[in-house]
Design a protein around this ligand. Sequence first.
Ligand SMILES: C[S@@+](CC[C@H](N)C(=O)[O-])C[C@H]1O[C@@H](n2cnc3c(N)ncnc32)[C@H](O)[C@@H]1O
Length: 301
Amino acid sequence: MRWIVQECSALKSKSYFELAELIAPEDQLDQYKMLVARRLEGEPLQYVLGTWAFCGVDLQLDRSVLIPRPETEYLVELALGYLDEMQLSTKASNSNLEGAGLGGNVANSNLEGAGLGGNVANDQLYIGDLGTGSGAIAIAIANSLRLRGKQEFGIVASDISKLALETARENARVNRVEDTIRFYESDWFEGFDSWLCRRFKLIISNPPYVSEGELTELDKTISQWEPYQALVAGKHGTEAIEKIVLEARNWLADDGVLICEIGETHGAYVRDIACRCGYERVEIIADQYGRERYLRVQNPK
Ligand SMILES: C[S@@+](CC[C@H](N)C(=O)[O-])C[C@H]1O[C@@H](n2cnc3c(N)ncnc32)[C@H](O)[C@@H]1O
């Protein structure tokens, strides 16, 4: 209830206990009753509030998109860790781009500056986010890179859901990173422009990984409210990750890295597919509870 009271109050900066001392105006009371009624129907709090924080950015959420999870925040950390490791995430690394002849040739929008307008340079930092949903991962990464002073980069984000993409675009706009992300309505990589082939230094994805059978076992606040196609990936729950692992080989640059969230029982299976696809440094990474939740692989040179 605390979140709902704070959401309805025009005094969001006040603590919950301070608010309890005040008498709410009629309109705030009506809004409060409406939101509580939605919550009592079982609607997840994040949809009721319509906004939620993820990796330091505020995202607008509705039923067109999955509610971003804390474990996906760790996926973003892994991705940023990789960019740091490769020294790709800071302002200093922009000088490489300048060396590549882009310094004096940065176009109006970052997308064009980063070559997303079709203006390709080999040293550019291109990042892919597959199944972007609310835009959570793409926006969090863009925001972090900006905070580190990194200017020239381009993020390409895809989703099969038109409605999700509308939400993602709005989130990018509100968080002022819309000039760094290009959204594609696409079945994974299918709709990407061909010049992006073998350009990505990093591809990141949190694909659906629940099997059709497991859906009924999920909490109803998930299965009845969040989008089916954001949750379910075929009979075994591995359909999406298989496709991404297979196809990413053609889109990653030499040495480029793919980092994905995976279902906790899928580690051995996903590792096997990645090895058979010819990736190097195939790693299954555990979360803080020891569950195998992430895949990280590198494209060979
Ligand atoms: C688990 S959600 C992840 C959303 C967001 N990236 C996050 O982490 O909160 C998976 C997303 O993949 C999208 N998706 C499902 N099938 C897809 C496909 N074939 N091609 C592209 N996106 C797809 C869904 O619409 C959904 O937005």
